[in-house]
Ligand binder design. Structure first.
Ligand code: 13P
Ligand code: SF4
Length: 364
């Protein structure tokens, strides 16, 4: 998806870290309780230090849903998270994303047109009323609305198991998008075999599947992935275990199934934080997730050695777009009465996306 973020004015582009700190602290103090800054765990430290609340994508959506009392919600995360916050808050809350180019390449792997085409193709060969669409939080509001309209729900990496269980109690088949890995890993956790899953390739007719395969599959997994998490490999785990036989491997469920099978613990970013907190002092934990979280955990837990499972670091380049300069720019705008980079979702999309998000919040 193309989004346009123009260059920052000179004042912000050339400010020193100390000047930016002064601008952000000053704006936050002036805005006081009118403002809430939310930070996703993948944000860099120069941004995260200003977050009033931190969380994984599920936690942050809950926080947004509960905070209808603020005027401005500055979301330090990526576009789909800010959209969800707009859906979950009332019209009086203005949601701001400091850099409009902070998207998510995985979310961009499924768009409304291709999902609607897939839905029609599935309906042509099977009873569509028995198919439940589930979208991962990492998707546009338009897809969340599609799911809401068609009896499905949103899930995140921390509740995919509960949501998938719910979906399969309501139908015989799930169309899961956009992350095939989260879908596959969760399906296996629930006891489904790989033979009950098929990958739906949106670039091919009928997803690249035989009619029989569409009919028989319990889980149709959209051919999408996260390029950050897909980099981790079984070879990384073998190398780590060879060097640290007693070491612990903790992976995010967006990693491939082969990696998840070999990991000791698997869960969302919040889960990973708790796993490090619970790790015995002196242990070595290799983490398969975005590098800013890994580095923060390493700094905050000197009693444990925390390293990235992949020695070649894995940053999320879109999360990385949010920096102190953009944060200072949007916050000073709010002080001056100008809402920069507001994320607004249209009323019809809000209505149905909210249905899908509320279902998720009710399930867990
Ligand atoms: P969490 O749901 O763990 O916050 O992950 C979101 C995400 O984008 C991971 O790549
Ligand atoms: Fe998207 Fe992957 Fe970045 Fe998460 S880490 S925001 S899934 S690109």
């Amino acid at each position: 998806m193309v989004r346009l973020q123009g260059p920052l004015p000179e004042r912000y582009a050339t400010a020193s870290p100390a000047e930016l700190e002064e601008m952000i602290a000053g704006a936050k103090a002036t805005l006081g309780s009118r403002l809430l800054v939310l930070g996703h765990h993948y944000q860099r430290d120069e941004v995260m230090r200003w977050a009033d609340l931190r969380g994984d994508s599920f936690g942050l959506s809950r926080m947004a849903a509960e905070r209808g009392d603020v005027e401005f919600l500055v979301f330090c995360g990526v576009h789909f998270m800010a959209e969800s916050a707009d859906v979950l808050t009332g019209p009086d809350v203005k949601v701001v994303l400091p850099d409009l180019n902070a998207g998510c390449s995985m979310a961009d792997m499924a768009d409304l047109d291709s999902v609607e085409e897939a839905w029609e193709a599935i309906a042509a060969v099977t009873d569509i009323d028995r198919v439940v669409p589930i979208t991962y939080m990492n998707s546009s509001a338009a897809l969340k609305a599609f799911v809401g309209r068609n009896g499905g729900a949103v899930c995140t990496s921390s509740n995919a198991r509960a949501v998938l269980t719910w979906a399969l109690s309501r139908g015989d088949k799930v169309l899961f998008f956009p992350d095939q890995h989260l879908g596959r890993n969760t399906g296996v956790q629930l006891g489904y075999g790989l033979d009950q899953m098929r990958v739906w390739d949106p670039r091919r007719e009928r997803g690249g599947l035989e009619e029989r395969e569409v009919k028989e599959a319990t889980l149709l997994l959209w051919k999408g992935h996260c390029s950050v998490h897909q980099r981790f490999t079984p070879a990384n785990i073998a190398a780590f275990r060879a060097e640290h036989p007693d070491g612990i491997v903790v992976a995010h469920p967006e990693c491939s199934h082969e990696v998840v099978l070999l990991a000791d613990q698997v869960g969302s970013t919040d889960f990973i934080i708790k796993a490090i907190e619970a790790a015995p002092a002196g242990s070595h934990v290799a983490v398969a997730t975005e590098i800013h979280l890994v580095q923060r955990l390493a700094a905050e837990h000197p009693e444990v050695t925390v390293t990235s499972l992949d020695p070649l670091i894995c940053p999320c380049s879109t999360m990385f777009r949010i920096d102190a300069r953009h944060l200072a720019w949007v916050l000073e705008g709010l002080v001056e009465g100008e809402v920069r980079n507001q994320i607004t979702v249209g009323p019809e999309t809000v209505r149905w996306a909210r249905v899908a998000l509320d279902r998720m919040l009710e399930i867990v």
